[in-house]
Design a binder for this molecule. Structure first.
Ligand code: SF4
Length: 498
């Protein structure tokens, strides 16, 4: 039995507040709500522009930033090319250092391994370090189904968890929440999860942080099991690394007796020399800081110091399938800094929930369809959730050419749709091909259009078009066509000239 002494029962917001994204509608539908919410757009704009500005300043301080990016990309590519060897080395070193290594093919297997490990300890609650991998496999839901409460200890994750919400940003999962909303969530929900918020809680950031600190401290001190992810895993020594800003992660990584780390297999770097490159790139790209406040590293078990029972679950969950695609595998370089989200004009307006995954923004648009497969409407729509402006590529510290990947995935979406019933888009494209492949046909069509345009003289926009073009015109102003074609204009203005 757990030695927990909860202040109220049942104290498991996770059980009722799923973070699952399964069943999300396609991107355009999910984004429509966010685009119509002006408060949300203001919150997003303010937050992303603030981080964006800080990042630009600290990146400008590095004289060889481009060289550093190129080096990081080269290290990642070389590591991915020999991923199996590096993972075997990592396993050997971890085992030699007293850790237990488990391999999980998919989310279900990973959840089962972690749940079994937790149940073997006899506790009914765990504390968690913020971890994208555990969200990806929906570990909280799996633990809740087994009667184990998983408490998020990152401040933003705590807000999301208490608020029955889903994360909408990689680094700042509660980016869509304003201060007064957070105060309300703490006031109404903290008591159900443990120590209540003070009755006179204000929406001052310091007061909110203090309420969270007191609430979480109670959990750290009684927890016997912690679950973490890892930003990096150094194969050479079997060392896992977590970077964070609040120190809550370090409390989880050092106080409990059992530590279970869920790590995506692409997190491995061969040596400490390689790690050095990423430790320079990640804080500047993510929080706009020269160095992140807390960098925790642990190598297996240290006698009388920190967790004495250490487990590492290495998760595939679609990563080896991504690795098989020579173009798409570039996405596995990602170090989850979120710089691409903060510069993306689509993310800034649509918000993170519309991407229907724990990975929002440009990286989500290329990673989610690859990890899950281009199977559902959402996965098919994500490669189109971009204007292809290229800002994400410029910002990415590991030089992932996201626009190229988006186009590559769009091609796959189109190719995979060829065998079924033709879409409205493919019918339109075939019609265009028929028209443009014959000069006389094109001229006649153009003459028809310009004649119609002359009849519409005085109007600037056509308004709504009939189906199937309505899908296109519903989100755009369709201008009235010109009253003469380029050829007609040329003949009129250059007649008799060479
Ligand atoms: S794709 Fe690049 S910019 Fe975006 S989160 Fe990953 S590493 Fe950061």
């Amino acid at each position: 039995m757990s030695r927990s002494h909860r202040t109220s029962e049942p104290a498991n917001p996770v059980g009722s507040t799923t973070a699952t994204f399964v069943g999300m509608p396609s991107f355009p539908h999910a984004a429509a709500d966010a685009v119509g919410n002006s408060q949300l757009r203001r919150n997003l704009r303010h937050a992303t522009h603030t981080i964006r500005g800080k990042r630009a300043e600290v990146v400008a301080e590095v004289p060889d930033w481009e060289a550093l990016r190129a080096r990081a990309a080269a290290i990642k590519d070389a590591t991915l090319a020999r991923l199996d060897e590096h993972l075997m080395t990592l396993e050997d070193r971890l085992t030699a250092a007293g850790a237990h290594v488990h391999w999980a093919r998919d989310a279900e297997e990973a959840c089962r391994i972690v749940t079994d490990l937790v149940q073997q300890t006899g506790v009914d609650e765990v504390v968690k370090v913020k971890s994208m991998a555990t969200q990806e496999i929906e570990l909280n839901e799996a633990l809740a189904a087994a009667g184990v409460a998983a408490w998020e200890t990152d401040l933003a994750e705590l807000i999301v968890q208490l608020g029955d919400d889903r994360p909408s940003h990689i680094l700042v999962p509660a980016i869509h929440k304003g201060r007064s909303e957070i105060r309300q969530i703490f006031s109404e929900r903290m008591a159900q999860a443990g120590r209540a918020a003070p009755a006179d809680l204000t929406d001052e950031p310091a007061a909110l942080a203090e309420a969270a600190r007191v609430h979480l401290r109670e959990k750290f001190l009684r927890a016997r099991v912690a679950v973490s992810g890892a930003n990096f895993a150094v194969a050479d020594t079997g060392t896992l690394i977590v970077l964070e800003s609040e120190g809550n992660g370090r409390m989880c990584l050092t106080l409990p007796q059992t530590l279970i780390s869920v790590v995506g297999i692409e997190k491995v770097v061969p040596t400490w020399e390689d790690l050095d490159v990423f430790l320079q790139l990640l804080p500047r790209s993510s929080t706009g800081e020269r160095m992140n406040p807390y960098t925790s590293m642990w190598t297996g078990v240290a006698e009388d110091d920190g967790p004495q029972d250490v487990h590492v679950v290495l998760v595939d969950n679609g990563r080896t399938t991504v690795l098989e695609d020579p173009v798409g595998r570039e996405a596995l370089r990602c170090i989850r800094c979120s710089a691409c989200l903060n510069v993306c004009p689509v993310y800034e307006r649509a918000g993170g929930h519309a991407y229907g995954s724990v990975y929002p923004g440009p990286i989500g648009a290329v990673l989610t369809p690859q990890l899950r497969g281009i199977t559902g409407a959402l996965e098919k729509s994500l490669p189109y959730a971009s204007s292809l402006c290229g800002a994400c590529f410029d910002a990415c510290p590991v030089r992932i050419d996201i626009p190229r990947l988006l186009v590559h995935l769009r091609t796959r979406v189109v190719d995979e749709g060829r065998s079924g019933r033709p879409s409205a888009e493919s019918v339109a494209m075939r019609s265009a091909e028929w028209l443009f492949s014959d000069a006389r046909r094109l001229t006649r069509a153009q003459q028809g259009v310009t004649t119609a345009a002359r009849a519409l003289r005085g109007r600037t926009s056509l308004g709504a078009l009939p189906w199937p073009m309505s899908a296109w015109s519903s989100a755009r102003d369709v201008p009235v066509p010109p009253q003469e074609t380029f050829r007609q204009w040329w003949a009129r203005t250059h007649e008799g000239r060479a």
